[in-house]
Design a protein around this ligand. Structure first.
Ligand code: ADP
Ligand code: MG
Length: 553
């Protein structure tokens, strides 16, 4: 055959790696991401300080927060960040766990690739192992219901462990439980919790212990006018999403005024219109008004004279929460507003929180939306406490919605590892090696918990494995003493979903990364608009063009 000139089909500046070197690079990048968050895992995990390009500083222990704030460029590293985001969206906790497992699965895969085991065989073995892991998880899990207050407390405080909230965990756990119980929807067959129904406001300048649950909504706005009451008991609340103004931005009207009388008449007419708008609201018996749009100065004055506490430009999300908390209907047309549209609250008041005046809508009867006000000494502290409380709420919801929990501290991972290892014995050849690799990879969780606690992982891992062999399924790492403990009895309890979701997304991303044998990245400067396309559809079609003259690394 004649020598064929290489055909160049990719633009200049394109970077391409393929085959083993592509796999190696991808695994390396993914592992680098996993290693970054690894040291934050568990109650003795360290924090990370992140500084963005504006100089803003975040100090956090939260996996997904770290990964979201880091600027990551490598395409496979970005896929690992996606794992954390999925975990966050599906459960809200367990992000570090998911990422660390994904990193370890890839590390083990690399060893198998070195033994000439094809990545598709590894992926197949991983899929089998994951299926087994899911079975084991569902067998070992325990039931939980709303009535199990003690278990709920443990779930909430486990979620907050190591997140700067440790000293005040009991109080914050109680607040989180009360909030979830309050907004939970129960039907005969299922429970559901919508996290939007729990608003979390944060303000620095007080102690964490001053944090509180408000049976209603805290609106970050003050009352409009000095003449309005500061406190309204037995509030009857109107919610409107239409302005109390006379402004028509769509039509540009020009009025020609020739005589002073006409001006006066015009102004009087405007005043009368505003007065009648306020009258319509007042006639319903409302003494509190929340408006999503503007309220004219003149209307404010009329509202004050009627003794109505009014707030304007309230966020749409707050208006909706107010509606769920007070049972008020959001009205769009003032001509139709009536007493039936009003909601109620025991107390509406303006109070200074930190430097700002805020409006508290308190003591609603059976509100379907509530607020947690998180306090703490500084902004960094309240930010981290807020994340801890969010994790507690997510974990409580996941536990109650599924009705299933497991103990933590590495116990379920040890149990999975043991079961998968046993399962591997029933398989043959290369697949068996992949399944065994999975079983070892999953031990990374107890091992890392021990390492982060400053302990030598070898001894404790041996002890833990032998306890699991004896049927002590909740035996886990006591990071404070360096000894094994019964994690269930010690109250380290997590929703089952953290674990099922973590292993499913970690396995999925590891397999996806393993199957990639070609990375074609367009040069940033020549094709800036094609962000994210290197992993895209073009890849497979280019299989036949090896030797196209692109550098290998
Ligand atoms: P993630 O982002 O994965 O939730 P965390 O830093 O919250 O990471 O750590 C979660 C891990 O720490 C879980 O494996 C959990 O079981 C474990 N853990 C939580 N509290 C304790 C405790 N008191 N003792 C030992 N392990 C704990
Ligand atoms: Mg956590």
């Amino acid at each position: 055959m004649a020598q064929v000139q290489p055909v160049i089909i990719l633009p200049e500046g394109t970077k391409r790696t393929h085959g083993r070197s592509a796999q190696r690079n991808n695994i390396l990048a993914a592992r680098a991401v996993a290693d970054t968050v690894r040291t934050t895992l568990g109650p003795k995990g360290m924090d990370k300080m992140l500084v963005d390009n504006m100089g803003e500083v975040i100090v956090t222990n939260d996996g997904v927060t770290i990964l979201k704030e880091m600027t990551i460029e490598h395409p496979t590293a970005k896929m690992i960040v996606e794992v954390a985001k999925t975990q966050e969206a599906e459960v809200g906790d367990g992000t570090t766990t998911a990422v660390v497992i994904a990193g370890e699965l890839l590390k083990k895969a690399e060893e198998l690739i070195d033994l000439e085991i094809h990545p598709t065989v590894i992926a197949k073995g991983y899929a089998l192992a994951e299926q087994k892991a899911q079975e084991i998880l569902s067998t070992i899990s325990e039931k939980v219901t709303e009535a199990d207050t003690e278990i709920l407390k443990k779930i909430a405080s486990t979620a907050m462990t190591g997140k700067g909230a440790d000293q005040d965990k009991t109080k914050l756990a109680e607040i989180a439980i009360a909030a979830v119980r309050q907004v939970m929807e129960r039907s005969s067959s299922a429970v559901s919790v919508s996290k939007e129904d729990i608003k979390i406001e944060k303000r620095a300048g007080a102690s964490i212990d001053d944090s509180e649950l408000i049976k209603g909504i805290l609106v970050d706005k003050e009352r409009l006018h000095e003449g309005m009451p500061k406190t309204v008991k037995n509030a009857r609340i109107a919610l409107i999403d239409t302005p109390v103004e006379i402004k028509n931005t769509e039509i540009d009207a020009k009025i020609q005024i020739d005589e002073p009388d006409q001006l006066q008449a015009f102004l009087t007419q405007e005043e009368n219109m505003l007065r009648s708008m306020v009258d319509k609201i007042a006639k319903t018996g409302a003494n509190v008004l929340f408006c999503q749009k503007g309220i004219d100065d003149m209307a404010q004055h009329f509202l004050a004279k009627k003794g109505i506490y009014a707030v304007r430009r309230v966020a749409k999300s707050d208006l909706e929460r107010l509606s769920r908390a007070t049972q008020a209907k959001i009205v769009s047309n003032l001509d139709e507003i009536s007493a039936e549209d009003l909601g109620s609250a025991g107390l509406v008041e303006e109070q200074k929180v930190g430097d700002d005046n805020m409006t508290y809508v308190r003591d609603c009867s059976n509100p379907k939306s509530v607020t947690i006000l998180v306090r703490g000494g500084t902004n960094h502290i309240v930010d981290e406490i807020k994340r801890a409380v969010e994790d507690a709420i997510c974990d409580l919801s996941a536990a109650l919605v599924d009705g299933k929990v497991v103990a933590g501290a590495g116990a379920p991972e040890l149990e999975m590892s043991r079961g998968i290892k046993k399962y591997a014995e029933s398989l043959a050849g290369r697949e068996q090696l992949a399944v065994l690799a999975y079983s070892e990879a999953i031990e990374v969780i107890p091992r890392t918990l021990a390492e982060n606690g400053g302990l030598d992982p070898i001894d404790i891992m041996t002890e833990l494995k032998s306890q699991h062999e004896k049927g002590m399924k909740w035996s886990g790492v006591n990071v404070f003493t360096g000894r094994p403990m019964d994690a269930w009895k010690q109250g380290v309890i997590e929703p089952l979903r953290i674990k099922t979701q973590a292993i499913s997304s970690a396995t999925e991303v590891a397999s996806m990364i393993l199957r990639i044998d070609d990375v074609i990245a367009s040069g940033q400067k020549t094709a800036p608009e094609k962000e994210g396309s290197p992993m895209g559809a073009g890849m497979h079609g280019m299989g036949g063009m090896s030797g196209g003259g692109m550098p290998e690394y």
